[in-house]
Write a protein that binds this ligand. Structure first.
Ligand code: PMP
Length: 400
């Protein structure tokens, strides 16, 4: 009965790893997937995560019962404080509802499904380009996806004029997806002044901001700084939605731990919204997993662990920034044609190199370097010992 099923293509991002795994070259390099690696090229479990896990194991009274539909209450509270700030007016006034979801992706999906059911304007604007899963998540959630200009390939910076024009012509009430920081894949973020103009445009047009916060702490190494964009939209008293992921900043990728927050005008509305979120979640996966959320709660609740986390987080962010400088210097040393300053200007885990599809496939074929077809490389997958191989490959790709 299934013989008619056609083979689907690999996921454009996760498929890069599939191809990488099949390559037997000793110099192969995976710069496709956005996961942190150490200088030795190994995945990293943070020390503070190990400590928190040890606490959990030692606690004999811990059981593996189901969590409530909305997840671990303490995790939800602490996640909201992390993104909105401890003294946030929305927390003080009890007008935000936060529910634990399956990492960033699950939070986006639950948010999308809620909006389809309960929001009058089912159009969501996403930036061009954006994380490849965004259009699929929101389309399947029932929203109609449109796009706004974001990246200018000529300046390799923000197309700010295009962005404002597109938001200005969006229908009233439309949802706008914004990357809170460390925009994926471009590494280009608005300045604080530009965020303020974006905020004014969104509020004056009555648009609904939906933040995707997958890299808090990874952009600058400072958790509060990376949450500034979101906090501006809470400070003005308006509504906003935030999908949070702990995959990158706590290295909890496979634990699937994240949160969806919906900031409302009043506590009464927030309570009603939460009751409806439960109706979205229950038939989808009933309730979220307990382990990752318990780790996050253990770290966020304890001053010592929290401080240790921020140090480890900063070390990850700093290693990525150092990789940017090393790659930039290596290309300069080779006199590689072109302006490569965007490598050190861009923010977060990725560099949007500007390499085209042909150059990318050349680098994969000749140098066994794997990356997404749009020329995005994960700086976190690079180390001092592999920079020269990558620089050789880029040099050859642009000169051959
Ligand atoms: N949003 C963006 C922009 C991302 O880059 C990612 C991860 N690549 C996610 C959301 C979701 O990640 P996860 O579901 O693993 O938290």
């Amino acid at each position: 009965v299934f013989s008619h099923v056609a083979r689907a293509p690999e996921d454009p991002i996760l498929g890069v790893t599939v191809a990488y795994n099949k390559d037997s070259s000793p110099v192969k390099l995976n710069l496709g997937v956005g996961a942190y690696r150490t200088e030795e090229g190994k995945p990293l479990v943070l020390n503070v995560v190990r400590k928190a896990e040890q606490q959990l194991v030692n606690n004999r009274s811990r059981v593996k019962e189901y969590l409530p539909i909305v997840g671990l209450a303490e995790f939800n509270k602490l996640s909201a404080k992390l993104i909105f700030g401890v003294d946030s007016p929305c927390i003080r006034d009890n007008r935000v509802t936060t529910v634990q979801c399956l990492s960033g992706t699950g939070s986006l999906r639950v948010g999308g499904e809620f909006l389809t059911r309960h929001y009058h304007q089912r159009i969501i604007y996403i930036p061009v380009p954006t994380w490849g899963n965004h259009p699929k998540v929101f389309t399947l959630a029932g929203l109609s996806v449109k796009s706004y200009r974001y990246y200018d390939p000529i300046t390799r910076g923000l197309d700010f004029k295009g962005l404002l024009e597109d938001l200005d012509s969006a229908p009233s009430g439309a949802i706008v997806l914004l990357h809170a920081c460390a925009h994926n894949p471009t590494g280009v973020d608005p300045s604080i002044q530009q965020w303020e103009q974006i905020r004014q445009m969104i509020r004056s047009k009555g648009l609904l901001p939906f933040f995707d916060s997958a890299y808090q702490g990874f952009a600058s190494g400072n958790l509060d700084k990376d949450a500034q964009s979101v906090r501006m939209f809470v400070a003005d008293g308006g509504e906003c939605i935030v999908a949070q992921s702990f995959a990158k900043n706590m290295g909890l990728y496979g634990e699937r731990v994240g949160a969806l927050s919906i900031v409302c005008k009043t506590a009464d509305v927030a309570g009603k919204v939460e009751s409806q979120l439960k109706l979205v979640i229950r038939p989808m996966y009933s309730n979220p997993p307990i382990h990752g959320a318990s780790i996050v709660a253990a770290i966020l609740r304890d001053r010592t662990l929290y401080d240790e986390w921020t140090i480890e987080l900063k070390a990850m962010a700093d290693r990525i920034i150092s990789m940017r400088h090393q790659l930039f210097n290596a290309l300069r040393d080779r006199d590689t044609p072109g302006d490569w300053s965007h490598i050190i200007k861009q923010i977060g885990m990725f560099t949007f190199t500007g390499l085209n599809v042909r150059q990318v496939s050349f680098m994969t074929r000749e140098y066994h370097i794997y990356m997404t077809a749009d020329g995005r490389i994960s700086m976190a997958g690079l180390s001092s010992s592999t920079v020269s191989h990558l620089a050789d490959a880029i040099h050859a790709a642009v000169t051959h």
